[in-house]
Design a protein around this ligand. Structure first.
Ligand SMILES: *[C@@H]1O[C@H](CO)[C@@H](O)[C@H](O)[C@H]1NC(C)=O
Ligand SMILES: *[C@@H]1O[C@H](CO)[C@@H](O)[C@H](O)[C@H]1NC(C)=O
Ligand SMILES: *[C@@H]1O[C@H](CO)[C@@H](O)[C@H](O)[C@H]1NC(C)=O
Ligand SMILES: *[C@@H]1O[C@H](CO)[C@@H](O)[C@H](O)[C@H]1NC(C)=O
Length: 571
């Protein structure tokens, strides 16, 4: 029985060691889904998990002290999360438990930085019913913003303005005359609204409805069986909203293939770029106006141009149409001309059948998230690919198993209110280690391992044992024989100021009770899963037997170490 147990402990060590990888680099097996549909990184000091990237290309030109902001979700993602990674792909912060999460951003509200995202039910016909969340730099949820008028907040956009207002997208079912499309004069339509809301008071400041300004028949979406009662037709599909200093709005419509510039005074349309009612002369032979199913329209060039993520494809036309790309379009509103001045094309010609984002960074680089396809890519302004990464296998792009509505980059500084998390475990070579991590603590420069003989020891009795500069999410210290019984870590910043202290761990106790945790990976074979389950069960049985015998021997006044020694027989 004992040897059987040792065998399983060895198997568990093997499994634990497999979880201890960092990112992949240009790994074809990753993109062929040989490591599973959603390769994740697990940790010893915490139950948090994070996507494990396949980094296809990297460059120092991408490192502007910015982090990458994702909201991974999909069929192969067990818990949708908001996740921040550093430039090397290491976890910085992650949170789950919010149903579906979309659109993780850093935004400024009244001079302070916040993390913002949408969370709720995204299974409402291609849009969402939920709320917009704001987390402060300590990761406290400080606001949960609803849409105005009793409507559900849609997942597609939340932009906080300098005036302390929120621009959001909203969907509402309305009755509409659909006879032009061969349907009822009392049909149902998903109307698309912009709302601008005062965040502090909830007051609705501006509202605009697409159905009041667009002819339904100008859509590119086939009505199919939609339009009847309970089958509202999604003719417009708003997916982004922005506002300029003139007080006018810019809206992207996926199914009209248009950007619309709207008067903030009257709500009237000032111009339409793209689609059936395009008002611009295309100086690029159609390349500036023929975008389709596009997302994330933003003002560019000091409000004289726009940037968009041009999906170019939609679900019904997989892999025949052109691939997705970022577009930078220069507009001349006086002469009503549009010119394509920048184009950002993925080296693998990724096609994002939905979602996606384009962000022009302060240094001029362009960052694209491929939405439905688990990829993000950074380009120089001239279109040269600088960095390229996948967080799901390329062979499965289009399957919706791993997606992130958008991917953005920001600077971020966070000071969590939690304590650092710690654990003691053996590594593959059977050496004991102390592990430390701290979700969201961006300012930690180094970890200091301290020891004391008494967990209640005064501050001056904790002795510094080793210091390690933090380079990854989790930091590992080897535990030396001579170390005191109780161990803890301090997290210190660049100025050696202590940011946090972990609770102390009793190294001796931990060694008895911390069997490496079971980690199931996507690519584990059924045989291995069975083995792990069997090992876990055996572990529980053997553990209980052990606990029983320790308890019995303790009652008899025998020290457990003696029991351990006399009991080891490799039969
Ligand atoms: C699972 O993926 C890891 C990825 O590094 C690989 O080393 C391992 O051999 C794979 N396991 C199986 C059972 O395919
Ligand atoms: C438009 O795009 C096509 C395809 O990429 C390209 O061949 C053509 O040169 C472009 N035309 C202009 C005027 O940019
Ligand atoms: C942006 O445009 C405004 C109005 O045309 C102008 O006053 C301002 O100087 C411009 N800013 C920059 C950075 O070019
Ligand atoms: C485009 O940008 C890259 C990266 O900054 C640079 O190496 C390259 O020389 C540029 N190409 C041109 C044609 O300017």
């Amino acid at each position: 029985m004992r040897s059987l147990n040792l065998f399983f402990v060895a198997a568990l060590h093997f499994i634990y060691a497999r979880a201890d990888f960092s990112v992949f680099t240009n790994d074809d097996a990753y993109d062929a889904a040989e490591y599973g549909l959603f390769p994740i990184q697990t940790y010893t000091s915490t139950d948090l998990v994070s996507p494990r990237l396949n980094i296809l290309q990297s460059s120092p030109e991408c490192d502007a002290s910015l982090f990458t902001f994702l909201s991974p979700r999909g069929g192969a993602v067990s818990d949708a999360t908001a996740t921040i990674l550093d430039q090397s792909g290491h976890l910085v912060w992650t949170i789950g438990g919010y149903d579906q999460i979309y659109n993780l951003m850093v935004q400024e509200y009244l001079g302070e930085q916040y993390l913002t995202f949408w969370a709720g039910n995204d299974a409402v016909g291609g849009h969402g019913a939920g709320f917009y969340y704001m987390l402060d730099t300590s990761y406290r949820e400080v606001r949960k913003i609803p849409a105005a008028g009793g409507l559900a907040g849609d997942l597609h956009d939340l932009r906080i303005t300098e005036d302390g207002t929120a621009l959001i997208t909203v969907y509402e079912v309305v009755t509409a005359d659909l006879t032009e499309l061969g349907k009822s004069s009392q049909g149902e339509l998903w109307d698309c609204l912009i709302q601008e809301i005062n965040i502090a008071t909830g007051e609705l400041i501006f509202q605009w409805r697409a159905a009041e300004h667009y002819r339904i028949a100008d859509t590119f979406k086939d009505i199919g069986d939609d339009g009847g009662i309970g089958r509202a037709f999604d003719f417009f599909h708003i997916n982004s909203v922005a506002k300029d200093p003139k007080g006018n709005y810019l809206v992207s419509s996926r199914y009209m293939h248009t950007l619309t510039y709207i008067s903030g005074e009257t709500g009237e349309i000032i111009w339409i770029l793209g689609g059936k009612k395009n008002m611009f002369t295309d100086l690029s032979d159609g390349n500036a106006t023929d975008f389709a199913y596009q997302h994330d329209a933003r003002f560019a060039d000091n409000f004289t141009g726009v940037s968009i993520f041009n999906n170019a494809v939609d679900d019904p036309h997989p892999y025949l149409a052109p691939y997705s790309r970022g577009l930078h379009i220069k507009l001349d509103e006086e002469h009503m001309t549009a010119e394509l001045v920048g184009e950002y094309i993925n080296p693998n010609h990724v096609r994002a059948v939905s979602q996606g984002s384009m962000q022009v960074l302060e240094n001029g680089n362009v960052f694209l998230g491929y939405g439905n396809a688990a990829a993000f890519t950074e380009y120089a302004a001239n279109g040269t690919v600088l960095c390229d990464a996948h967080f799901g296998p390329q062979i499965r792009f289009g399957s919706a198993e791993v997606q992130s509505y958008r991917a953005y980059k920001y600077a971020w500084h966070g000071w969590p209110l939690t304590d650092p998390e710690v654990s003691i475990l053996t590594d593959t070579s059977d050496n004991w280690n102390f592990y430390a991590s701290w979700n969201g603590a961006t300012e930690v420069d180094a970890w200091i391992l301290q020891g004391a003989s008494d967990p209640e020891a005064g501050e001056d009795q904790w002795e510094d044992l080793e210091a390690i500069t933090k380079t990854e999410f989790e930091t590992q210290f080897a535990i030396l024989e001579l170390y005191p019984k109780y161990l803890r870590v301090l997290a210190v910043d660049k100025e050696d100021i202590v940011l946090g202290v972990s609770s102390p761990l009793d190294a001796a106790e931990e060694k008895i009770w911390s069997l490496p945790p079971l980690r199931l990976e996507g690519n584990d074979t059924w045989a291995l899963k069975f083995l792990m389950a069997f090992a876990a069960l055996t572990g529980v049985i053997v553990g209980s037997r052990e606990a029983w015998s320790i308890w019995r021997s303790r009652r008899k006044g025998v020290h457990w170490e003696q029991v351990e020694q006399t009991d080891i027989r490799l039969d």
